[in-house]
Design a protein around this ligand. Structure first.
Ligand code: ZN
Length: 436
C-alpha cells in the first residue's frame, strides 16, 4: 500500500501540530502538539484520533507546547516508543512539559475535572526522548530514514526530511525568520516528493530588523533617560526572553541606551536562558539578574526607577508579570513594552487596545504608563522569507500542503505557491488523509 499521511492538527489553524504517517508496515507521528485557545481546543486535546499504542515512534520538530504538549498524554494512554528530538529540544522539554503538566493540574483543580496529564506523567514521558542531531541520518524503523535540519525558529528547532520506500516527505516544522540572533537561518531544502510547509505569516511581512531595533531603543530610552521610572517587558519565557536580552546587550554595546539593571523574573525564562547559553552564544549579559525565589521577585517591587523588568507570561495571563504590571502600570513615568503577539481576550490585549483601567488580582488599576508595541520580532518566517525558502527547491515537489496557519494566511501562501512557483499546492482540512 502507498504511504498514508493524516492531518490531525495545525490544518487551517496554528495549534495542535500532529501528523500521522502510515507506511503500511509502521505508524508514527510527526509532532504531538496541544491545541490552544478555548473550549473547542480543550475538547480536541482530550481525544486522540488513533490508538496511542499503535504508534511506533514520534519525530518532534521543536519544544513549543503546540508541537509537543500532548506527548505526556500519548505516553499515559499507551504509547511506549521513543521520541526523537534534538538535544536542545530535549533540554527545553525537561522544563516545559512538567510546567505544562503543573498548569493542567491547577486548571483541573479549578474546574473539578481530571487533568490532561500530571507532572508525574510528564516526567515518565521525558524518559522516552532519544537524541537526533542536525544532519545525521538515522533509521527509527526499517524502511524509514530520517534527517533533522536546523529550522532556525527556536533553539533546537528542526525541519524533518523523511525518506520512505515510496518517496520523500519534508516537514518544514515552524520556520524561523532569517538574520536573527541566537538561532541559525533555516536550512535550505532542495528536494521533496511531498512537502508540508508552515504558513503562520503566509500573508504578511515583518518590519525590518533595523526598524524594529530603532523602535525598541526608542521605547527603552524614553523611560530610562528620565531616570524616574521602570520599563516592564511581558515576554514569552522560551526564545523571546533570550532574544530581548541579546538586543538589550547589543543596544548597550552600541551606546544607544543607558546602562540599566535588567531583571529576568520568571523561573522558566531563567531555565531557558541557561539552556540557551549551553547551545548558543549570547553577548555579555552585564547587570542582568535572574530572580528565582518569590522573595527576590517581590523585592523588585521596591525598585522605583532605572530597571528593565522582563517577566512572563508573554500575554500577561499568568505568572509574575502581573505583579510588575500592578506596581508599574499606574505610574506615568514608567513604560510597558509589548514584544510579542497579544491574543484576543488576554490582559495584554486589553492594555494594548487602550483600556483606561484593568483588573489584576481582583483589583482595578489605572493604565497610566506609556505603552509601546514592537511588532517585528516574530520567531516565524514572514511571507517573503517563506517564499525565499521555497524558492531554494531545485524541482517542484509533487504536492505541497500548506499547514500551520489561520485560513486566510494558509490560503494566501497557497495562492502564491501556485501563481509564482507554479507548484501543485493545497490547504488540508483537519482529519484529511492523503496517499503519498
Ligand atoms: Zn513554534
Amino acid at each position: 500500500m502507498a504511504t498514508q499521511l493524516l492531518f490531525l492538527g495545525a490544518a487551517g489553524e496554528v495549534t495542535g501540530s500532529c501528523y500521522l504517517v502510515d507506511t503500511g508496515s509502521v505508524k508514527f507521528l510527526v509532532d504531538c502538539g496541544m491545541f490552544q485557545g478555548g473550549r473547542d481546543a480543550q475538547r480536541k486535546n482530550r481525544r486522540f484520533a488513533f490508538a496511542p499504542k499503535d504508534i511506533a515512534f514520534v519525530l518532534l520538530t521543536h519544544a513549543h507546547i503546540d508541537h509537543s504538549g500532548l506527548l505526556p498524554r500519548l505516553a499515559a494512554q499507551g504509547f511506549a516508543g521513543p521520541v526523537y528530538a534534538t538535544a536542545a529540544t530535549g533540554e527545553l522539554l525537561a522544563v516545559m512539559l512538567p510546567d505544562s503538566a503543573h498548569l493542567q493540574e491547577k486548571e483541573a483543580e479549578r474546574e473539578r475535572t481530571t487533568p490532561l496529564y500530571t507532572v508525574a506523567e510528564a516526567r515518565v514521558c521525558l524518559s522516552s526522548l532519544r537524541q537526533a542531531d542536525y544532519g545525521a541520518a538515522f533509521r527509527p524503523h526499517e524502511g524509514v530514514r530520517c534527517v533533522f535540519r536546523d529550522a532556525g525558529h527556536i533553539l533546537g528547532s528542526a525541519i524533518i526530511e523523511l525518506f520512505l520506500s515510496d518517496g520523500k516527505i519534508v516537514f518544514s516544522g515552524d520556520l524561523g525568520q532569517p538574520g536573527r540572533p541566537i538561532v541559525e537561518d533555516p536550512a535550505p531544502i532542495e528536494e521533496a516528493d511531498v512537502l508540508l510547509v508552515e504558513s503562520t505569516y503566509g500573508n504578511r511581512n515583518h518590519k525590518s530588523l533595523v526598524q524594529t531595533l530603532d523602535e525598541f531603543a526608542f521605547a527603552l530610552n524614553d523611560t530610562l533617560a528620565s531616570k524616574r521610572g521602570n520599563v516592564v517587558i511581558p515576554s514569552f519565557a522560551v526564545g523571546r526572553t533570550q532574544e530581548i536580552l541579546y538586543y538589550i546587550a547589543e543596544l548597550r554595546r552600541q551606546g544607544r541606551i543607558p546602562a540599566a539593571d535588567v531583571y529576568v523574573d520568571s523561573p522558566m525564562a531563567s531555565a531557558a536562558t541557561r539552556i540557551t547559553l549551553r547551545h548558543a552564544k549570547l553577548p555579555d549579559l552585564e547587570r542582568v539578574r535572574f530572580t528565582e525565589s518569590l522573595e527576590e521577585s517581590m523585592r523588585i517591587n521596591n525598585v522605583r526607577a532605572g530597571a528593565i523588568i522582563i517577566s512572563a507570561s508573554g500575554m500577561c495571563e499568568g505568572g509574575r508579570i502581573r505583579h510588575h504590571l500592578r506596581c508599574n502600570l499606574p505610574r506615568p513615568e514608567c513604560a510597558v513594552v509589548f514584544v510579542g503577539f497579544q491574543a484576543a481576550g488576554t490582559l495584554g490585549r486589553r492594555i494594548v487596545d487602550g483600556a483606561k483601567s484593568v483588573r489584576i488580582f481582583r483589583e482595578t488599576y489605572p493604565v497610566r504608563a506609556k505603552l509601546f508595541t514592537i511588532n517585528g520580532l516574530s520567531a516565524h518566517a514572514d511571507r517573503a522569507a517563506l517564499l525565499a525558502w521555497l524558492g531554494k527547491f531545485r524541482r517542484p515537489p509533487r504536492q505541497t500542503w500548506v499547514v500551520h496557519g489561520e485560513p486566510l494566511a494558509a490560503q494566501s501562501l497557497k495562492d502564491d505557491i501556485v501563481k509564482r512557483l507554479h507548484w501543485r499546492a493545497g490547504v488540508p482540512d483537519g482529519g484529511d488523509c492523503v496517499a503519498l
